[in-house]
Design a binder for this molecule. Structure first.
Ligand SMILES: Nc1ncnc2c1ncn2[C@@H]1O[C@H](COP(=O)(O)OP(=O)(O)OP(=O)(O)O)[C@@H](O)[C@H]1O
Ligand SMILES: [Mg+2]
Length: 282
């Protein structure tokens, strides 16, 4: 579990990126941070692996204050995936994936075997192992980014808009594969996105931030769609919240959703024969 207690980040120029944040992130689940540009999502994420230090407050990972863990050691247990995958352009795919094992001086042959296994796991043809990043599509590069983060088998993964650089179809595929993979791996994942649909699809719980780094609501997707905490959250969820909620429920349980729809009264449209006839039938 990851906990934030009273965490504030104020940058040297005075910008408050995160304001007095309290948040508990469950182990083995996907927690999504969502909100408009500049609301402090990346700052929140990067405080977990100490790429950014809070101005005040405490962050723990599995009960341990992260200030007590030296950053390189801390990062070994925390995978980090960013937008555009952040691959090394002059290294082959297999070497990109095995970067961390190489750094840890693990056996090279073993690291490569593992990298090939990971390629399969994330849905990449191992025939691509010897290519360079520029020779891959955007979606394939994103998969390499995920495989690379998994290579050290970290219990925690931080993912900052990892699927946002690809078209909606590829993005949907990546999301589906990611969910399938996570159902086997059960990592503790903190996933940042702007996109509320992605948040609802992937998140076990969703933290909605508003500009100024204020946590507006922290809830399960269903709770969020059913009961937005305030006008900001309602606006952020958008006018099609009802449709989104229905879609979410359908995905959760198609049968229950069917029953739910059956329970909703038909729109009051007078049947042939007029209203009196309709009333008489009831
Ligand atoms: N190094 C920095 N110095 C000063 N201000 C910063 C710095 N990094 C980020 N900020 C500011 O902190 C706020 C939060 O930034 P952050 O990158 O965490 O937002 P975000 O939610 O990830 O945004 P986006 O969706 O655009 O990626 C913004 O106002 C940003 O301009
Ligand atoms: Mg960001």
């Amino acid at each position: 579990m990851i906990t934030f207690t009273g965490v504030t980040k104020r940058y040297p120029d005075g910008t408050v990126a995160v304001h007095d944040l309290d948040l508990e992130i469950a182990a083995g689940r996907i927690t999504v941070l969502v909100g408009p540009s500049g609301c402090g999502k990346t700052t929140t994420l990067r405080m977990v692996n100490r790429m950014i230090d809070p101005t005040s407050g405490t962050i723990t990972v599995d009960g341990r204050d992260i200030r007590e863990v030296d950053p390189p050691r801390l990062r070994r247990g925390i995978g980090y995936v960013i937008q555009q995958a952040g691959l090394f352009p002059h290294r082959t795919i297999i070497d990109n994936i095995a970067t961390v094992p190489y750094l840890l001086h693990q056996d090279k042959k073993q690291a490569r075997t593992r990298a090939l296994e990971l390629m399969e796991r994330v849905g990449l043809d191992t025939a691509l192992a010897k290519r360079y990043p520029a020779q891959l599509s955007g979606g394939q590069q994103q998969r390499v980014g995920v495989a690379r983060a998994l290579a050290a088998d970290p219990p925690v993964m931080l993912m900052d808009e990892p699927f946002s650089a690809v078209d909606p179809i590829v993005r949907g595929q990546l999301q589906d594969e990611f969910l399938r993979l996570q159902s086997e791996l059960e990592k503790t994942i903190v996933f940042v996105t702007h996109d509320i649909d992605e948040a609802v699809k992937l998140g076990h719980r969703i933290a909605v931030f508003q500009v100024g780094g204020v946590l507006a609501q922290y809830a399960t997707p269903d709770e969020l769609l059913a009961n937005p905490a305030n006008d900001f959250v309602r606006d952020f969820l958008g006018g099609d919240r009802g449709i989104r909620r229905l879609r979410f429920v359908q995905e959760l349980d198609a049968e229950a959703a069917a029953e739910r729809r059956a329970a909703v009264p038909e729109p009051a449209e007078p049947p042939p024969g007029g209203e009196a006839a309709a009333a008489g039938e009831r």
